[in-house]
Design a protein around this ligand. Structure first.
Ligand code: WT7
Length: 662
């Protein structure tokens, strides 16, 4: 007998484009296909629609100031407060509705719901506490916390008093925390005692304390007590204030949201680049918040009455824009969960969606590939019919995974938006609009209305349809980064090229380079191929090869190292390290373990090498540059191509053999 699932799968495998589902279109936020032409014709005025989704203390009069490119300014004479936009303005109508639904990992622990009123009150109390602690407007506050409600509360409390936050992903190491606090001259840290991940409580405070020891200036620290007494570690917190004490001491206080200039910094987010030093991406209050809000509305189709679930971590930009700022600015219910999708079992996400009747799910291809590997029996065991839209972000999604997501999670009735964007762009840039664009698995889609993107060759000339080249953005947009913190030169050098006037459009001469390769289809859809710089994308997380290499070279017994990305079924890319040992050190498992430990200490477990290959030499060009492409080919068992420019071509066989050995 024919298995309907198998038949369906065979049909889907053949199909390479999908129309937006009719029921979805019927109710969608954005449905008029003319939006593309209208935005183009009215650029940059088209962005008033996004800005006008927010409440402004002082209305802006100028939309774009492009007098000093690439230091563009948006809505620059306007004033607003992000926390007021995410909280206060919803109180009248939605004060009793849930703002945040939080699901902790231990199943015997109560979940938490924060209504808008409750969230408002706690943010106010904590903002008052921060002020009393001496946090002033423009002080950068570092938040080193996992997925607990106190993280978005602290973000909003900072925003309320005009103190930019710098969230450091909780999975990052002590060293990574210190590097970021030093780079930002951040004197305030908010962290927690510990948290749950796959059952056991993790000691987070110990890591934070180790990190603080590496900070080169005075700091004060506030600690959130996340763990119950039974699970808590014996920390000596006497030198620090605890979050609970501070909130209790300031309970009932209100703090007037500080009117921030639109161009004032809302937050910094450190991300990896080609050098060892992470880049402090600066986002603003007006442009960023408009962007996060408008894209949440137009692409994720969020409505105030929705329960929206983005399964990312707030420690990355996805969580900033699409767990906290965008959804809360729209007054919806945003979900947060602690832990992982496979603990206590692989039903976790589907249980959450079923229980809370989530309407959207936004997650990464890595996660989808894991779900696919685990099998549909897990999602099939749950009623997921509340879902209306699915989204993916972080890396290219292979058509098979896309179709699995569409079929088994979305039941063929939810559009899938494959959203390409970056930490630097603040929010989505390339994606179909879910009620308008035909979906093509594997291809993110066209640029959003008002976004002008292209694919160019090394000289900056557009390539033909079907050809690969560098993805570029030709015009500024409100959500764009404004600079790299205290490093305008690096901002210009890494992202912008100035081209001489090629046409009459005078805003097109500064071009933004995201450092991604892409291919443009005849219908204007962009297929993103991956990074073109020395940055890896492991499970949707960006890691600089240089950062990992310098961690490895810091390990005793290592002389030299080169790190490249190897293809990985689930993670997309995995870290492959080629290592030369120092004389007198043996190439053995002990050294291999120390190398892995070294990387975990310097960056965190996400950067852990999948494979460490010992080699007597690295393949180098005559000018002494490591030929990474070749190492990548070896990692992936690909054709090696031309090795004639190598100074040491004979080494290739040795490395191949060594790589094959383990
Ligand atoms: C890099 C940015 C965007 C938030 C999470 C990652 C890759 C992102 C896609 C996509 C193909 C994608 C790019 C980009 N990327 N989304 N839909 N298809 N590639 O933010 O850490 O700043 O990384 O992620 O290579 O440059 P990030």
């Amino acid at each position: 007998m024919a298995d309907p699932d198998v038949e369906l799968e065979a049909r889907l495998a053949e199909q390479d484009s999908f129309e937006p589902p009719a029921d979805f279109v019927e109710q969608a936020n954005v449905t008029d296909p003319d939006i593309y032409d209208e935005f183009e014709a009215n650029w940059p005025d088209c962005w008033t629609g996004a800005a006008d989704m927010l409440d402004w203390n002082t209305e802006y009069t100028e939309i774009l100031d492009d007098s000093n490119p690439p230091f563009y300014q948006w809505f620059a004479d306007g004033e607003l407060n992000a926390s007021a936009n995410c909280l206060d303005r919803h109180l009248d109508e939605r004060g009793d509705e849930a703002a945040i639904e939080w699901v902790g990992e231990p199943t015997d622990e109560a979940n938490r719901t924060y209504t808008y009123q409750e969230l408002h009150d706690e943010v106010n109390a904590f903002a008052a506490a921060l002020r009393a602690q001496g946090v002033e407007e423009d002080d950068i506050v570092t938040l080193y916390m996992p997925m607990i409600p106190e993280l978005p509360i602290a973000m909003l409390a900072c925003a309320r008093i005009g103190a930019p936050h710098s969230v450091v992903f909780a999975g990052f190491s002590a060293d990574a925390l210190a590097t970021r606090m030093n780079a930002a001259d951040s004197e305030h840290l908010i962290t927690c005692d510990g948290y749950y991940r796959r059952g056991d409580p993790l000691d987070h405070f110990e890591k934070a304390t180790k990190g603080l020891a590496g900070v080169d200036h005075d700091t004060d620290t506030i600690v959130v007590n996340r763990l119950p007494d039974a699970d808590s570690f014996d920390h000596d917190l006497s030198a620090h204030d605890t979050y609970a004490d501070l909130v209790a001491a300031h309970e009932g206080e209100t703090v007037d949201p500080v009117a921030r200039n639109a161009e004032d910094m809302l937050f910094l987010m450190y991300t990896s680049g080609t050098t060892g030093q992470p880049k402090g991406v600066k986002h603003t209050t007006g442009g960023y918040l408009s962007w996060a809000t408008w894209t949440s509305h137009a692409v994720l189709d969020i409505k105030p009455e929705d329960t929206y679930f983005c399964a990312a971590d707030i420690g990355w930009i996805t969580g900033h824009s699409y767990i906290v700022y965008g959804p809360l600015a729209l007054g919806t219910t945003t979900m947060m969960y602690e832990g992982t999708p496979d603990y206590p079992d692989r039903h976790r996400l589907w249980e959450i969606i079923e229980e809370y009747e989530a309407n959207q799910l936004y997650t990464a291809p890595t996660a989808i590939r894991s779900f696919m590997k685990w099998g549909e029996k897990y999602p099939d065991a749950h009623d997921l019919s509340s879902l209306r839209l699915l989204g993916t972000v972080g890396e290219p999604i292979n058509p098979r995974a896309w179709k699995w997501y569409y079929q088994h999670i979305g039941d063929e009735s939810c559009p899938v938006v494959d959203t390409w964007w970056q930490t630097e762009t603040g929010g989505m840039m390339l994606t179909t609009l879910p009620a308008i664009g035909e979906m093509k698995p594997g291809s993110a889609g066209p640029p959003l209305p008002g976004i002008s993107a292209d694919i160019v060759d090394v000289r900056g000339s557009p390539v033909g349809a079907g050809e690969a080249g560098y993805l570029v953005v030709n015009k500024p947009w409100p959500g764009m980064l404004r600079t790299l913190y205290q490093n305008d030169d690096r901002f210009i050098n890494e992202y912008w090229r100035e081209y001489s006037q090629v046409d009459s459009d005078d805003s097109a001469d500064w071009v933004y380079f995201p450092e991604d390769g892409a291919k443009l289809d005849a219908d204007g859809y962009f297929t993103v191929l991956g990074r073109v710089d020395d940055v890896l994308n492991v499970s949707g997380h960006r890691l600089g090869t240089m950062e990992i290499e310098s961690a490895i070279v810091g390990v005793e017994g290592v002389a030299e190292a080169a790190v490249v990305g190897g293809d990985h079924e689930i993670k997309g890319e995995a870290v492959y390290a080629y290592v030369i040992t120092e004389d007198g050190y043996e190439e053995n498992d002990t050294l291999r373990d120390r190398i892995i430990e070294g990387v975990e200490d310097a960056i965190g477990p996400i950067a852990r090498p999948e494979k460490v290959v010992f080699t007597p030499e690295l393949p180098k060009t005559r000018s002494g540059k490591i030929m990474r492409r070749l190492l990548e080919n070896i990692a992936n068992d690909d054709e090696l191509g031309d090795t004639s420019t190598l100074r040491n071509p004979e080494i290739v066989d040795d490395i191949q053999r060594a790589a094959g050995d383990d």
